[in-house]
Design a protein around this ligand. Structure first.
Ligand code: HEM
Length: 131
């Protein structure tokens, strides 16, 4: 049965499922595993931050205090096209857990944030990053 409300529990479920897909993905997996590590212990802090992040976005809980833009800028260069793959997996996960209207809410938020990240990561001055 799909969840009709967004709660801290549903966010945790979504984040856990999403990053299992990410870790198993042939293109995205290496980018994440190189930055975070391969073990569940190494992934724990990232998952905790992502629970806080989505809780702040979807429930305006104010739990997340971080700087995603800087974090992504600090990563080794990765292909811009990976964003579409990231967004597809995220959308798929949201639909597994929630009915259409809630999944769409997640999808819209994620696409908007991705546009901001991309605009900043692949701009003039970072020409070598544009692929
Ligand atoms: C291809 C696309 C993306 C890649 C490869 C990517 C990769 C990563 C990696 C490797 C980290 C961990 C960095 C670290 O701990 O050192 C990270 C953190 C994070 N990502 Fe992404 N990301 C992508 C897209 C997105 C999008 C679209 C969002 C939001 C909708 C997002 C939100 C975050 C947040 C909130 C963090 C935690 C930052 C912190 O530590 O406070 N990412 N990302």
């Amino acid at each position: 049965m799909k969840l009709e409300t967004i709660s801290e529990e549903s966010i945790k479920m979504l984040v856990d499922r999403f990053y299992l897909k990410i870790r198993a993905d042939s293109a995205l997996g290496p980018v994440f595993n190189d930055a975070i590590g391969h073990s569940d212990e190494q992934w724990g802090p990232h998952l905790n931050r992502m629970y806080d992040f989505w809780s702040s976005i979807m429930l305006t809980s104010g739990r997340y205090h971080g700087n995603p833009m800087q974090k992504h800028k600090n990563l080794p260069v990765f292909e811009k096209s990976l964003f579409e793959r990231w967004l597809d997996l995220f959308e798929k996960t949201a639909h597994e857990i929630h009915p259409e209207h809630i999944a769409r809410h997640y999808t819209e938020k994620s696409r908007r944030i991705a546009e901001n990240l991309k605009a900043n990561l692949y701009t003039r001055g970072n020409e070598e990053q544009i692929r």
